[in-house]
Write a protein that binds this ligand. Structure first.
Ligand SMILES: Cc1ncc(COP(=O)(O)O)c(C=O)c1O
Length: 405
């Protein structure tokens, strides 16, 4: 029996949201079906909304602090969901994961240093690296035809350069949808630890897992990598509360923790948002049942998309994600350059998707689709993508049957 409803379409236009109200400057039209930015078109869990409502009713929104139950909620969540309990002393604050990445750049590197990334990858990684004069060093993922894998030999080679001071791991990987296996992480950790390089492990997507995939926190892989790791986590993707600007950073090494904290103190961003603080605690203590149902629903959306593509649009393939609700669609058979592909989807289909080329090396020919929406919107989105592809005239005429999910 379902306790939660993910089918209801909730109007988001006019709610100052980035996904629906913020489309026009990016896609040239505000009238598209947005399947881009990584938030969900579902309400947050009622258990979270209830706590926020109580605070709204209280009516005083002064400065806030985080206390022991807050850190305990984070540690308890990771222990329950991912079999790893961080020491609550290791937990530090950030208003978002990207600000934590930027703080890490300031804390652990100097201008001119290299920072290694594994593209195609979440594009703000690049801007945080170059924004203060650090260099992007690429260790591109290898596409095997069905999934993306790490290129360990290239990783070793790139880390021979002693000016590479930091590595950004995206785990699970956005947009490639990989949930790295223990074997892969052990090999990765071994290479990084033998070089003694600090690793930021961005684990913001760690709760969105499919098909029995298990997330392994990097810090749990070996003692050596634990002491070099800075792990970013957040309830924002999992519970659709990104607008509450609250995330956490887990740093086992005291030296790295103190360096990170000094930047956060300097920027004076340790205070926190009262709603975000309460929402994190509620989500991580009361959100399990909601998340379990959400994952089943999202897996249903993936199944629908695969069926739709197989029956109606075989030119395009879903790169089946092991995790994340923002998988790639392989559109390489259309032979279109990245911006051209994205424009056709906008102009002929009326659908806004992240262009694969936004994610750097290896992304061209793919688009990223956000599947975290009520099934009816996902159906509408796939029909729009189909219309755009048929408009190219290279493939059989448009199939106008309405698709049964
Ligand atoms: C890998 C990754 N890191 C960070 C973020 C954003 O984090 P925040 O909104 O907390 O800055 C996203 C959002 O899509 C993401 O995919």
């Amino acid at each position: 029996m379902s306790r939660y409803n993910f089918d209801t379409v909730i109007e988001r236009r006019g709610t100052i949201c980035a996904k629906w109200d913020g489309m026009e400057p990016i896609f040239g039209s505000g009238e598209l079906l947005p399947m881009w930015v990584a938030d969900m078109d579902f309400k947050a869990p009622p258990e979270v909304i209830e706590v926020l409502r109580e605070r709204v009713d209280h009516g005083i929104f002064g400065y806030t602090r985080r206390f022991a139950p807050y850190r305990e909620a984070i540690a308890g969540w990771f222990e329950r969901r991912h079999g790893w309990r961080p020491d609550t002393e290791w937990i530090r604050h950030t208003p978002g994961v990207v600000p934590a990445l930027a703080a890490a750049i300031l804390a652990f590197t100097q201008p001119g240093d290299g920072v290694l990334v594994q593209p195609p990858v979440y594009y703000p990684f690049f801007a945080t690296i170059t924004g203060r004069g650090r260099r992007v060093v690429e260790n591109p993922l290898i596409f095997t035809g069905s999934r993306f894998e790490m290129d360990f030999e290239d990783l070793e080679k790139k880390l021979e350069d002693s000016s590479v001071k930091l590595v950004f791991l995206c785990s699970p990987h956005n947009p490639c949808g990989r949930v790295w296996t223990r074997e892969e992480l052990e090999r990765f950790a071994h290479i990084c630890a033998s070089r003694g390089v600090t690793v930021i492990s961005d684990e913001i997507h760690c709760d969105i897992l499919f098909g029995g995939a298990r997330h392994i926190p990097l810090a749990d892989v070996s003692e050596a990598i634990r002491d070099l790791s800075v792990t970013t986590v957040a309830p924002s993707k999992t519970f659709n509360i990104a607008g509450l600007s609250t995330a956490a950073v887990i740093i086992p090494s005291k030296r790295l923790r103190d360096n990170y904290q000094s930047v956060i103190d300097f920027l004076h961003i340790d205070g926190g948002n009262v709603f975000g603080t309460l929402a994190l605690e509620a989500a991580y203590t009361k959100g399990d049942a909601w998340l379990d149902e959400l994952l089943v629903y999202l897996e249903g959306n993936l199944g629908f998309i695969e069926k739709f593509l197989a029956e109606r649009l075989p030119e395009i393939r879903l790169i089946r994600p092991e995790g994340t609700y923002i998988p790639l669609l392989d559109c390489r058979s259309l032979n279109l350059a990245g911006p051209e592909l994205q424009n056709i989807l906008v102009e002929k289909g009326g659908v806004a998707l992240d262009g694969g080329h936004w994610f750097g090396t290896g992304g061209t020919g793919f688009v990223r689709i956000n599947i975290a929406a009520p099934r009816s919107l996902v159906i509408e989105g796939m029909e729009r993508i189909g219309r755009a592809v048929r408009s190219l005239g290279k493939f059989p005429a448009e199939d106008n049957r309405s698709f049964q999910a």
